[in-house]
Design a protein around this ligand. Sequence first.
Ligand code: ZN
Ligand code: ZN
Length: 392
Amino acid sequence: MTIDELYRDLHRHPELSFEEVRTAGIAADRLRAAGYEVTEHIGRTGVVGVLRNGEGPTVLLRADMDALPVAEDTGLDYTSEAAGVMHACGHDVHVTCLIGAADRLAATRDEWHGTLIALFQPAEEVGGGAQSMLDDGLYESVPVPDVVLGQHVGPAPAGLVGAHSGAAFASANSIDITVYGRGGHGSRPETTIDPVVLAAAIVSRLQTVVAREIAPQETAVLTVGRLNAGTKNNIIPDFASLGLSVRAYSEEVRTRLLGAIERIVRAEAAASGAPEPLIEHAESFPVTVNEPAATERTGSAFRAAFGEGSVLDPGQVSGSEDVGLLATAAGAPLVYWILGGADPDSYLAAARAGTVDRDIPSNHSPHFAPVIQPTLDRGVEALVVAAREWLA
Ligand code: ZN
Ligand code: ZN
């Protein structure tokens, strides 16, 4: 099976977070066939393959495997066969390229020394996959790497690769808050504690966090994306709930945001004479930091292999990733680069017309459809070039 065929097959069969059973099985089979020692079911559906090839550094290559609850609308002849599930973030590209790279590095093992780890991670989209592999003893099962490398396909022209040095992807926290009042008749507010007014005060006050507590040089987002309360106009409800999304590019800013939210929510509840609110932390992604020296070293290898014009700096991405946890837990540098997936001609036309944002579908869109080539070949080459740069 060529990697193009493998990609079409994976694209047809997307699986949601922690349900990547078929995908993981394919990865494990391919790794075994290429001579890797394979461990399955790390962090539920995670797979790791290890190729020990003499003395030398240990390099970890990571691909995430999960798809999204999105109904595909690409019109591709290899469109998803799973209703309401789609590889809308391109993790099928990541899996395909890592299988291709693992094969090639195994086939050329007389040209390098060291230990290669190919890691297929579940559940990136819900922020729990990398942590679940670590919690399941990843680094007791495989050697601790000296560097963690990986890539994410995105709406840049296919053929281009590049990593942004330093904070590259934002942190993201999803927080669910429930404030409790005391319900009653809408005509008798004096007998109640109104959670609608309390929630409204919290929403307003939260707007001051980024404006008044974060330095102008920093970037942060605090969005209240959900606010629910009540059932009927003349009933004061018992509780209200809010859903918050928080992003930052440094751990200091993130800590400050989370602290301010906690303080304001509790203080507003106290100001209303309401019971203690419930603050629940759902999805959490750290800031993804590309270690500068390692990023420069890998970028130089890309420039030497692909030419100056094929390597870009994508800048800071406002999306989030959990790949950094694999590096942090190992005490190793991370280099996580963007792999272009957009048709170069369409991209150029859209860029000339100033309509890239409208015409080039982004990740998570039901129209997201990376071109198969040169995306896959470049994605395989990028992993091989980067790994070879770090292996002896
Ligand atoms: Zn995604
Ligand atoms: Zn993704």
